[in-house]
Design a binder for this molecule. Sequence first.
Ligand SMILES: *Cc1c(COP(=O)(O)O)cnc(C)c1O
Length: 356
Amino acid sequence: MGQYPCLEIHLGRLRENARRALAFFRAHGIEPVAVTKVFCAHEAVARMLFEEGYTMLGDSRLENLRALSGIPLPKMLIRLPMISEAGEVVRWADCSLVSGEETLRALSRAAQAQNRVHQVVLMLELGDLREGCMGEDELLRLGRLALDLPNLVLQGVGANLICYGGIMPSQENLGRLCAAHERMERELGVKIPWVSGGNSSDETLIAQGKMPRGVNQLRSGALIQLGIGLKDRPMPDYHQDGYILRAEIIERNQKPSMPWGETGTDAFGHVPHFEDRGLLERAIVAVGRQDADLDCLRPLDQGVHILGGSSDHLLLELTGDAVGYQVGDTVAFACEYASVLRCSTSNYVKKVVIED
Ligand SMILES: *Cc1c(COP(=O)(O)O)cnc(C)c1O
């Protein structure tokens, strides 16, 4: 079905990111779980992570974990399990993040039915208001339950920050996770191996030497795959162009900057607004919102500017040397997080692994 649009996966750049991140985290006593959701668990990237020495893969989707079953690493389900999928959780994941009693019970039942052991990491709410049980006492109660329930192993405690409430990781909030961990080990009289302290945004706290000492694991996707850290800041020494979307020009015209006729709403129900800048050199490329988040594409060519788009069309303005683009040429865009995610998920976008 043609070559384009295609997502170029620059494996060499990703490998350098992966190597750098692994060395950095380990130098600070933290073992990273390599998160695969942003690239939809593409086999070549996952295999590279294994070759580079990562010891665990994490994904939010069971379909992705199943697709990774050929890679000989333990798998972590990093979205809270659905009770309706408990059987598959236990089958495809070695461990999962859990924040409630009913889910623990369902996992225990499923693990017994399959004669497997399932590891759980109990999540504590630290203020970002996504997943996590409310308070140390509740965490302790869940810990006790996990120890009592057959076929479960209480493997760790964890937390997530930044993703919903925008709350930054800090000495204070991650300190609370470590304190809860210490209390739990003391009161339950068991060793609980992991303190899973969050995601790529922890990088800054670690680099500042402020990460509480108890944290010994984190789950990292964005730093490795996109070279970004806290607040999506591009990290020096990391590649931000590991994933490049290439799409083909299907129309090339000089057209006005202002539409004409009576204005209704655009394809997504918005009333569009335009500024009159006279005639523009315009191109249409064959890619759209089905394939990418158009706000998360950065044209590699300085003379290419994104005007907007719809489900299947991306509209460009061309300036400078880019005016030379013709119908049939391709235009390249570096992808930010949401675009890597969507390009990876879209069946319409071909994936091409490039060794550099
Ligand atoms: C997505 C996710 C991560 C990874 O986040 P990055 O910002 O990509 O490092 C970690 N933990 C959980 C629970 C997640 O959902």
